[in-house]
Design a protein around this ligand. Structure first.
Ligand SMILES: [Zn+2]
Length: 490
């Protein structure tokens, strides 16, 4: 006898194969059978006529560990993710993670989590421990860093993540770090050094690292940042195809929006970054600092293209553009950035990407879908809509409405591609014996509803989400059970 029988649906199995009519039977935490199953008895029958059943989504680039914004240990239920159909969260990205890995995973294991949880080791996190105040990584510090990374992967991390803007790590250091992660069985995921002016150089560095370290590489949230970078899309595509032709395991992920979300520090790069940390700045240095910030604001499209988005409500900042805020304060936009940074910073949304390139990046065969999101308390603070809408937005806007990617291909980018990259066994596909991580969606209606103006809104059309055989979303609403597990590399 089956626990659950899903009948009447079109099956999209996650491999990229075309949809076919098949019923899916679940017993315990696994898929017991796929096929006609006409005589099967089941404890629960889900009539999925007119709907699609597919694997649960694996969000390979997520910040669910990040406590400041409400991480997994403070909000293990993570409704904003499960309601999108995410059944596995992969946290610890962009160079920052919790540490030690074994303690963190043991802590999460004690919680009632709604979806599966895995993490990378943040390179910046272990770098700080290995450097112990030193400015550069000498051979001894580098060796220590690599030891920590191997240890972290052995304790179950998926590999190492880097956050390279403003990092002083050399390419050589990164090769060693990637090699250590790969030898232990993990991957190298990278928020590359520059997504704007030096995008192509940064992608080239990531490809070099794959080649020299013999490491699987994931380029995180691939984008062309700033209008002067947009025309580089042709070369970017050629580089990725060339790496693939060479047999290098270089893949990437992307969220389906043209605005990004990060700290206001993103406007204080390079020279500005160096001078910001300097005590007793001279007047000339402050001028240089402001000039560098001004250049970056211009590169980002001007102060009206940056919207302040504090994580905790702050009326003088909430939803104000940098242009509005600097006017309110009687400061120049660069002075306002300096003031906000010195007060501890604030997050902001930057309108820096273009729709045409988003289409092209999403359609690339080596690109997966990721949210780059955080766990959020519904209704609290300004949020990037990707936290609620990433996967349904791809399925609604980019698959059904605009035809950028066929449905089967889009599902593959959300399921088997990330699962294979991370070697998550028996996940990311619908087949007999695999874990019962499943989504039942309505292909006619599925779409996001969260916007930049009204960001805390659940999507529509994600009817059921099943995690390890337990029902986490039923008839479009959050269900009571928590069936997520910690996923370890080994
Ligand atoms: Zn990042």
């Amino acid at each position: 006898m089956l626990d659950i029988l899903i009948h009447g649906a079109q099956l999209i199995d996650g491999t990229g194969a075309a949809a076919r009519r098949a019923n899916v039977g679940v017993r315990g935490d696994r898929i017991a059978a796929v096929g006609e199953l006409t005589d099967a008895e089941a404890g629960q029958r889900i009539d999925a006529s007119g709907l699609v059943v597919c694997p649960g989504f694996v969000d390979i680039h997520n910040h669910a560990h990040a406590e400041a914004e409400g991480g997994i240990t403070t909000m293990p239920q993570a409704d904003n993710m499960v309601r999108q159909g995410v059944t596995t969260l992969v946290a610890g990205n962009c160079g920052g993670s919790r540490w030690p890995i074994d303690e963190h995973l043991a802590e999460v294991e004690q919680l009632e989590i709604r979806q599966n949880y895995a993490t990378f080791i943040g390179h910046s996190t272990v770098r700080g421990k290995a450097l112990r105040g030193k400015r550069a990584a000498d051979p001894e510090a580098l060796e220590q860093m690599c030891r920590l990374i191997v240890k972290g992967v052995e304790q179950g991390a998926m590999g190492v993540s880097t956050g390279l803007p403003n990092s002083s790590a050399s390419t050589n250091e990164l090769i060693e770090v990637a090699r250590a992660a790969a030898r232990a069985g993990g991957i190298y995921a990278s928020h590359i050094r520059d997504e704007g002016e030096k995008l192509l150089e940064a992608v080239d560095e990531a490809i070099q690292i794959a080649r020299q370290a013999e490491a699987p590489v994931q380029i995180s949230h691939l984008k062309t940042y700033g209008s002067s970078t947009w025309p580089k899309i042709d070369t970017l595509e050629q580089m990725l195809y060339k790496a693939a032709d060479e047999g290098l395991p270089v893949t990437a992920d992307r969220y389906p929006y043209t605005r990004c979300f990060t700290g206001i520090r993103a406007l204080a790069r390079d020279a500005a970054s160096r001078l910001l940390g300097k005590k007793d700045r001279t007047a000339a240095e402050t001028r240089e600092l402001l000039a560098a910030i001004r250049r970056r604001i211009d590169f980002t499209g001007g102060p009206e293209h940056t919207t302040l988005a504090p994580l905790t409500p702050a009326p003088e900042l909430d939803g104000r553009t940098l242009a509005d805020y600097s006017r309110d304060q009687g400061l120049s936009p660069a002075e306002a950035v300096l003031q906000l940074t010195e007060r501890g910073g604030v997050s902001a949304i930057y309108d820096v990407m273009c729709e045409a390139n988003l289409h092209r990046i999403l359609a690339l065969p080596m690109v997966m879908v990721s949210s780059d999101g955080h766990l959020r308390i519904p209704g609290r603070g300004v949020s990037h809509p990707r936290n609620y809408g990433t996967f349904p937005r791809v399925l609604g806007k980019y698959v059904r409405e605009e035809g950028v990617v066929p449905l089967g291909e889009a599902v593959k980018k959300m399921t088997s591609m990330p699962a294979e990259k991370l070697k998550l066994r028996d996940r990311g596909v619908v087949r007999q014996g695999a874990f019962a991580d499943l989504v039942i969606l309505d292909p006619r209606t599925v779409t996001d509803r969260a916007t930049f103006e009204d960001s805390h809104r659940y999507p529509v059309g994600i009817e059921y989400v099943i995690v390890n055989g337990g029902v986490a979303v039923a008839a479009g609403e959050t269900a009571a059970g928590c069936f997520g597990r910690v996923l370890r590399r080994h």
